[in-house]
Design a protein around this ligand. Structure first.
Ligand code: NAD
Length: 498
C-alpha cells in the first residue's frame, strides 16, 4: 500500500478528496507515494479557515509573531536531516544540496524574525499647524502561493513566511511532483506555535490554482514556475484584482573574458551547470567565451571533467549529481540533445546513455556539453532545465553584452574576469535581475531582494528582503490634529496645511 500525502488545513492533515497523483522516487524510477489532490470544496474550506484565522492573526503583535518564527527556525535546524531526506527522496537532488536549500530557507526565517523592525512606519511631526502625519503597514488578508518542484522547501518558505510574518494567512499549492516536505513544514510551524488556519497547504494542478485565482477572498498571488505558467497566473491574478508577482523560467549566461582564471572558472561553471542536474532557475546553461582561446581552454577542461561527474542516487555518499525529477522531464531534456545535434552544434560530451547500476529505472542522464552553439539555435534560445551546457564563442566584450541583453530571459548572469573596469561596465549595462562577478549563482541573501527581469518575471516587486514586506502589506497614511488646535472654520478648497 502506497503512502498517502495529505493536505494541511486548519492545523491538521486532511485526506484529499480530489484526483490521485503518483509521486516518484526519481533515483529508483518507482512510485513511492500518492498525493491526494484537494477537491474544490476542500480548497473553499481552507480559504474560509484562513479568512477566519486572519481576524486574530493580523492583530497578534509583530513581536509575538516573531517568537513563532524563532521557534520555527530552531525546529528547522533540529529537523534539517529529516527534511533534506524528504526532498532528496522525491526531487532527486543530493542530500548536501537539499540541506543547502533548507539553510537558505532558515536564513529567510531569520530575516523575518526582525519583523517588528521591518514593519515600522514613518512619522512626521508638524506637517501643519499642530498636525502630525504617519504611515503604517497593514496586512492584506488571505494570500496564496504556487511553488515549483525544484526548491520545495526554499521557495515555498520564501512565499509563506513573509506573508504570515506580516500578519496575513496563507494557502500554499506546492508542486505535485515533490509535495511531502511542505506538509512537514506546516506541521513544524504549528509546533512552533502558529495558530490553526494561518498556513494551509492544498494539493492539485491547474484546477486548484484557478480556484485560488478566481476566489474573491484571496488578496495576493505569488507563483514560481515556467514562464508560460508564471505569465498565466500573473495575468489572471491581476485581472481578478489581486496583487501578484510571478517568477518564470531562465537561461542564465556566464560571460568569460580572456583574462579569467580558467581553472577557477571551470570549477564554477561545472557546479552551476550540472549541480542539481541543471534543475535550478539560477543554473548556468550557457557559457559565452570571449575569443576562441578562452573557449578552447574552457572546453578542454570541461570535456574531461563532465564525463567524470559522479552521477547517482542523491542519498549516496560522494554523489555530485542526482537524477532528473520525472521520466517526462528526462525525455524532454534528452530531446534537446537531438535538437542541438540536428541544428549543427558540436556535441562534445553526450551523457544520454548513462545507466546507474542497481538503479536502471531511475531518471538519470549524464552531463552533456555542446560547443559552437549559435544564437539562433533552439538549444540556446529555450530553457532546457537539465544538465546541458552550451558554449558560445564570441569576438569581444561588447558583443557578449549585446547577446545576453537580446535573450528573452533575464533572471541571472555572471561575468568571470580580473578586470574591474569590464566587470563594472557589465554590471551597469547587463539586462538581468541578479548579477554575479566571479560568482556563478548570484542568488541574493535573504536581506537582499530576489527576482529576474524580462520574461523571467511578471510584476514589479521582487521576493524576499524588504520587497516581500512591501508585497505582503499595504500602506496607510494617517494625518492627525487634536482638539486643542486652533479652529480654522470650514474649508472648501483643497486643504493647505497651515
Ligand atoms: P511548472 O510551471 O510546471 O509548475 C510550477 C507550479 O505551477 C506547480 O505548482 C504546478 O502544479 C503549477 N502549474 C503547472 N501548470 C499550471 C497551469 N497551467 N496553470 C496553473 N498552475 C500550473 O514549473 P516546474 O516544472 O515545477 O518548475 C520549473 C520551472 O520553474 C523552470 O521553468 C524554472 O526556471 C522555474 N523557476 C523559476 C524560478 C525563478 O525564481 N524565476 C525559481 C525556480 C524555478
Amino acid at each position: 500500500m502506497l503512502a498517502q500525502i495529505n493536505q494541511f488545513i486548519n492545523g491538521q492533515q486532511v485526506i484529499g478528496e480530489g484526483d490521485v497523483h503518483p509521486v516518484f522516487n526519481p533515483a529508483l524510477g518507482d512510485v513511492v507515494s500518492e498525493v491526494m489532490f484537494s477537491s474544490s470544496k476542500q480548497v473553499e474550506q481552507a480559504i474560509i479557515g484562513a479568512k477566519d484565522a486572519f481576524i486574530e492573526w493580523s492583530q497578534v503583535t509583530p513581536m509575538r509573531r516573531a517568537r513563532v518564527l524563532f521557534k520555527f527556525k530552531d525546529l528547522l535546524e533540529q529537523h534539517i536531516d529529516e527534511l533534506a531526506a524528504m526532498v532528496t527522496k522525491e526531487h532527486g537532488k543530493i542530500l548536501d544540496d537539499a540541506r543547502g536549500e533548507i539553510l537558505r530557507a532558515i536564513e529567510l526565517v531569520e530575516f523575518h524574525c526582525a519583523i517588528p523592525s521591518h514593519l515600522r512606519g514613518t512619522y512626521s511631526e508638524n506637517v501643519g499647524s499642530q498636525m502630525d502625519s504617519y504611515t503604517i503597514r497593514q496586512s492584506l488578508g488571505v494570500c496564496a502561493g504556487v511553488s515549483p518542484f525544484n526548491f520545495p522547501v526554499m521557495i515555498s518558505t520564501w512565499q509563506f513566511i513573509p506573508a504570515i510574518a506580516c500578519g496575513n494567512t496563507f494557502i500554499l499549492k506546492p508542486s505535485e511532483k515533490d509535495p511531502s516536505v511542505t506538509i512537514r513544514l506546516a506541521e513544524l510551524l504549528t509546533e512552533a506555535g502558529l495558530p490553526n488556519g494561518v498556513l494551509n497547504v492544498v494539493h492539485g494542478d491547474k484546477c486548484v490554482v484557478d480556484q485560488l485565482l478566481h476566489h474573491p477572498d484571496i488578496q495576493t498571488i505569488t507563483a514560481v514556475g515556467s514562464t508560460p505558467v508564471a505569465k498565466y497566473i500573473y495575468e489572471t491574478g491581476i485581472t481578478q484584482g489581486k496583487r501578484a508577482h510571478c517568477f518564470g523560467g531562465a537561461k542564465n549566461h556566464a560571460v568569460i573574458l580572456p583574462d579569467a582564471d580558467i581553472d577557477q572558472t571551470a570549477d564554477a561553471i561545472l557546479g552551476a551547470a550540472y549541480g542539481a542536474a541543471g534543475e535550478r532557475c539560477m543554473a548556468i546553461p550557457v557559457a559565452v567565451c570571449v575569443g576562441d582561446k578562452t573557449a578552447d581552454a574552457l572546453v578542454s577542461q570541461l570535456k574531461k571533467r563532465v564525463p567524470e561527474l559522479r552521477v547517482g542516487p542523491g542519498d549516496e555518499e560522494g554523489i555530485e549529481m542526482g537524477p532528473l525529477v520525472t521520466a517526462e522531464h528526462l525525455a524532454h531534456v534528452k530531446s534537446y540533445i537531438e535538437i542541438g545535434v540536428n541544428e549543427g552544434a558540436e556535441l562534445v560530451v553526450d551523457g544520454r546513455d548513462l545507466k546507474i547500476s542497481g538503479h536502471e529505472k531511475g531518471f538519470f542522464m549524464g552531463g552533456c556539453l555542446f560547443d559552437h552553439v549559435q544564437p539562433d539555435m533552439r538549444i540556446y534560445q529555450e530553457e532546457i532545465f537539465g544538465p546541458v551546457l552550451c558554449i558560445l564563442r564570441i569576438k569581444d566584450f561588447d558583443s557578449a553584452v549585446e547577446l545576453v541583453n537580446k535573450h528573452i530571459y533575464g533572471n541571472g548572469t555572471a561575468i568571470f574576469t580580473h578586470d574591474g573596469d569590464a566587470a563594472r561596465t557589465f554590471v551597469n549595462r547587463i539586462q538581468a535581475g541578479m548579477v554575479g562577478v566571479n560568482v556563478p549563482i548570484p542568488v541574493p541573501v535573504a536581506y537582499h531582494p530576489f527576482g529576474g527581469w524580462k520574461q523571467s518575471v511578471f510584476g514589479d516587486i521582487g521576493m524576499h528582503g524588504g520587497q516581500s514586506v512591501q508585497f505582503y502589506t499595504k500602506l496607510k497614511s494617517v494625518t492627525t490634529r487634536w482638539p486643542k488646535a486652533v479652529r480654522t472654520g470650514a474649508e472648501f478648497k483643497m486643504p493647505n496645511l497651515k
